[in-house]
Design a protein around this ligand. Sequence first.
Ligand SMILES: Nc1ncnc2c1ncn2[C@@H]1O[C@H](COP(=O)(O)OP(=O)(O)O)[C@@H](O)[C@H]1O
Ligand SMILES: Cc1ncc(COP(=O)(O)O)c(C=O)c1O
Length: 305
Amino acid sequence: MSRESRVLSIQSHVVHGYCGNKSAVFPLQLLGIDVDFINSVQLSNHTGYATIKGQTLSENDLKELFDGLTANNLHTIYTHLLTGYVRNDDFLREISKIIKALRAVNPDMIYVCDPVMGDAGKMYVPESLLPIFRDEIVPLCDICTPNQFEVELLTEQKINNEEDAWKGMQWFHEKGVKTVVLSSSDIGGPDVLIALLSTKKSSEQYEKFKIVIPIQGPIFLTGTGDLFAALFLAHSTRLPNDLKTAFEQTIASVQSVIKVTIDSMPEEIRSGKVKPNAQQRELKIIQSKKHIEDPVIELHALRID
Ligand SMILES: Nc1ncnc2c1ncn2[C@@H]1O[C@H](COP(=O)(O)OP(=O)(O)O)[C@@H](O)[C@H]1O
Ligand SMILES: Cc1ncc(COP(=O)(O)O)c(C=O)c1O
């Protein structure tokens, strides 16, 4: 890493709870990476709660903020752009203008995109975002960290097995994405999640890795994907030529945060007797501070030839 990393993160903000910038900024800072962040929305809480109140930043608001940065020549300081949850079409199109403006002053700027659109078969952003991600955003990514559902949405292909998953990831490479990380998939059976990484080394050469992740608790958590994307940005920046280790460290930290979160829940939830409410499912990011730096869980990546 030649120059000091500094990330511009454009994601959601929630007053209560952890997802979007609340899941990303503190972990990046903990790992020594400075983050300037823009909140695409400011919501009371994430969309898994019964009630959500708050505001959505318009594309004009986003442009005004970025114009402020450029007026002070601050747009030249960013080594990375990280984007996540957005809620409107023109805001997403404004992000593509920002990517180009950042690259105009720093051609080596790395764009990490978590194409946040939904999970478990359900979209939680407007469907109109999908073609913009597919045609205008993904082709600009250096690193993309979709979950299984987001790969299926973008490629319009279901993933039923590992072969389908690698095929879906190849779609990203054909769009020009160097590194794709499938943060999780259900292709390994009921007790595990499978995470896959594919990175293009040259026109014909790829490196592919797979991590089998035991599912922790009978619990669906929110904010894990944003945490995953931020941690992968940090570890892949520190280890640009060893993405196997960066992948392992990312998963280990996420799993450690999940372990701390589940361990903090009452026994009746941990045992599956009682379903946790949205607040009980919030990630314990602050309480996991030391495990983000020094994970308690270790999982090894298998190289796939
Ligand atoms: N219950 C769980 N047990 C183990 N790992 C989990 C669990 N929930 C999420 N994760 C991990 O969190 C990471 C991100 O989750 P994922 O669902 O893929 O992202 P998103 O939140 O974007 O849908 C994945 O690597 C996945 O392994
Ligand atoms: C406001 C907000 N931001 C971000 C996310 C993405 O969360 P995850 O990291 O689980 O994909 C969600 C998901 O519900 C959300 O409601």
